[in-house]
Design a protein around this ligand. Structure first.
Ligand code: ZN
Length: 679
């Protein structure tokens, strides 16, 4: 897996200049509602788009076109996640709109929750665990509902619903997991995603792409990135996602809006970026995709920016095929001063890190970082979204042209606002002092951690000659995330942060350390069912680091495990010693990566990152349940209201924040759904 990036820690704002870290509120409309609703383990939030009003009309128009392009691909991610997802979503929506029976029953309420979860996950599998979630109503109830709704509103016949969709929805053994990473299984055959056609085995998939590997080309394309591999009459065939290929109906709409965007670009470089992307969507040519990425990296001047395409490969157990996503955004110029300071000092951080000099870059280049304001989320970034992104993913492009790293601050700000007064900190912090420190610094420290992780951590270090980068296999992604987190953690406690005015005083990093340890050893367990292991990469990485420093500091009492009123707490007693432990582990993790030491990676991950102490887990779940919170969040988008003059030209663009969750989902399904039910 690539050094890509989705960090899901909840962090803080900085609508403040980095040199004066005061907590000024951003310009948010009066009575803005951050919380929309809560169901199952999900909380739906809303994000404001501060700074939108100050943009020029032309910039707003550009954002509008790109935002439309971001919504048009929604069906693609449903189909990529599982081939029955569109049929199931459309069947459920038809029932929701047309069911004539009693809607005030427990069964119908459970039906609504199920539909909301399907919308949220872009399919029938949990967006995070990737396990299929069960409907909270019976198969028998579902059959009576189907019987009462007129067949004409369904996407497929009632026989197909009964024979094909009902087993997929209700039978726990069918399509059980979207992404199965269990190395003892055939991870392709047992994963329910739609990247690999019926009957394709892991061995076939691996050898197909092994054969395509070009070891001589210094600029190798990412074979398989934008297609499904299918078996046709016993032959393996790539079905490319492009105009006149698979997903053509949706991609045509995306291109329609991108071509509109071409009429209002800010400069020539941005023009070039969009032209390459349009060309790529028309041809499916992966060389064009690389040109697009390089042009995108070179575009440093534009205020408006966006991601739109087949980008991240987390949804494919082999990490080859990319899910469709879009994030439309513009630069937060004030907050970006902070990341500019970090980038400008990248070499200093590399030189002073505690790792073996052989594993350090002598010449750090191409690290660009900015703070952005999201203006529309789409595809795999909607409704659940990352708070930081680092692209592109192709190794050779990163090496030759660098990478772009962003922190999405209006999203972290919304998380922060929505958590206020939830009682969460009071429950899991040991002392009032810890709560106060978190309230005071958590925000700024969290954002800084994200910046450091994305823009320095992932970009730091180098492989020894002869090491390819894929030696760590299934443990590679966890090791890579640990490396980025450790780099950030180590430097948060460095006086350099104060010298650069990135943190206000010597207490701020303590809030970051408290938060990390509390989350890594306890609160992130709220996302896991009792008895299960930790599987998700970022969660594994956080527990790996937290448990390692806890156990290695036990004799020195660096972190003390305490009990108060029957409740467990992990309390940091020696912050500087803890920082040294972060440094030690960073050195070891970098060694593992640089040498490609698979055995060491495996031992580290299996020993520290996977297993959970059952009694502690049970306690954390019980304490959390009393708070009545949801461990996962996602967002509804703003609605773009366009005003036109008599000649039909756009005369104004306003954002409306009043749309509800189901309302938005149904509108998208009605106005932006183009794909056939099966693709
Ligand atoms: Zn990362």
């Amino acid at each position: 897996m690539k050094p890509i990036v989705l960090i899901l820690t909840v962090t803080l704002t900085a609508m403040m200049s980095c040199t004066m870290p005061t907590q000024t509120e951003p310009d948010v409309p009066a009575n803005f509602q951050y919380k929309v609703e809560q169901f199952a383990d999900i909380r739906i939030l809303r994000y404001p788009v501060p700074g939108f009003d100050e943009l020029t009309l032309k910039q707003k128009e550009l954002l509008y076109y790109l935002s439309q392009a971001a919504i048009e691909g929604r069906d693609i991610i449903f189909d990529q996640n599982n081939k029955h997802n569109l049929a199931i979503r459309r069947t459920l929506e038809a029932i929701w709109e047309n069911y004539p029976g009693d809607r005030n029953t427990d069964d119908f309420e459970a039906f609504e929750v199920y539909l909301k979860r399907v919308w949220f996950s872009n399919g029938i599998h949990h967006h995070y665990s990737t396990e299929k979630f069960e409907p909270g109503f019976s198969k028998e109830y579902f059959k009576t509902v189907i019987a009462e709704v007129d067949v004409s509103v369904f996407p497929v016949s009632k026989e197909e619903i009964m024979n094909r969709l009902v087993p997929v929805m209700f039978d726990p053994d069918i399509a059980a997991k979207r992404v199965n990473l269990d190395e003892s299984d055939d991870i392709i055959a047992t994963s329910a995603n739609n990247y690999w056609g019926e009957g394709v085995t892991q061995a076939e998939a691996e050898s197909f792409y092994e054969a395509k590997k070009d070891l001589i080309d210094p600029e190798p394309v990412w074979h398989g990135l934008n297609c499904r591999l299918e078996k046709v009459n016993g032959e393996l065939v790539e079905k490319t996602w492009k105009i006149d290929g698979v997903y053509s109906e949706a991609i045509e709409k995306i291109v329609y809006w991108l071509e509109k965007a071409l009429t209002v670009t800010e400069n020539e470089q941005q023009q070039k970026v969009i032209e390459y992307l349009v060309d790529y969507y028309k041809t499916g040519n992966l060389r064009t995709f690389d040109k697009y990425n390089i042009a995108w990296l070179a575009d440093q001047q534009s205020r408006i920016d966006f991601v739109n395409g087949f980008i991240e490969t987390y949804g494919d157990p082999l990490g080859i095929k990319a899910s469709w996503e879009s994030v439309v955004n513009f630069k937060d110029t004030e907050a970006t001063k902070r990341t500019e300071i970090i980038s400008a000092n990248a070499q200093w951080f590399e030189d002073h890190s505690p790792v073996d000099p052989r594993f350090k870059k002598t010449n750090v280049k191409g690290v660009t970082a900015k703070v952005i304001t999201a203006a529309m989320l789409g595809g795999d970034c909607y409704p659940a979204t990352p708070i930081g992104i680092n692209l592109p993913n192709a190794d050779w492009i990163r090496k030759e042209h660098g990478s772009k790293s962003v922190t999405i601050e209006n999203i972290t700000y919304s998380y922060h606002k929505a958590s206020e007064g939830s009682g969460f900190l009071e429950e899991f912090c040991y002392s009032d002092k810890e709560v106060e420190r978190q309230n005071k610094y958590g925000f700024i420290a969290g954002n800084l951690h994200t910046d450091m992780h994305e823009c320095l951590g992932h970009g730091s270090g180098q492989l020894l000659p002869g090491v390819e980068g894929d030696e760590l296999k299934a443990y590679g992604a966890t090791i890579e995330e640990a490396r980025a987190d450790l780099f950030a953690l180590y430097y948060m406690g460095d006086d350099k942060m104060l010298d650069l005015d990135l943190l206000p005083d010597d207490n701020a990093y303590k809030a970051a350390y408290d938060d990390y340890i509390r989350n890594g050893l306890m609160t992130q367990l709220t996302r896991i069912k009792l008895g299960d292991n930790i599987e998700q990469t970022h969660m594994r990485n956080r527990q790996l680091i937290s448990r390692w420093v806890y156990l290695h500091g036990i004799d020195d009492n660096v972190i003390e495990r305490k009990k108060k009123d029957g409740k467990t707490y992990f309390v940091i007693e020696h912050y500087k010693r803890l920082r040294n432990l972060f440094g030690e582990l960073l050195a070891e993790v970098q060694r593992i990566k640089s040498e490609g030491d698979y055995e060491a990676a495996k031992n580290l991950v299996e020993f520290y990152a996977v297993k959970i102490e059952r009694d502690l887990h049970k306690e954390v779940l019980e304490r959390y349940e009393k708070l009545n919170l949801a461990p996962y969040s996602g967002f509804v988008n703003p609605v773009y209201i366009v005003e036109k003059d008599d000649a039909g030209n756009i005369a104004g663009v306003e954002l409306d924040y009043s749309e509800g969750y189901a309302e938005q989902m149904m509108r998208y399904s009605e106005e932006h759904s183009w794909l056939p039910t099966y693709n």
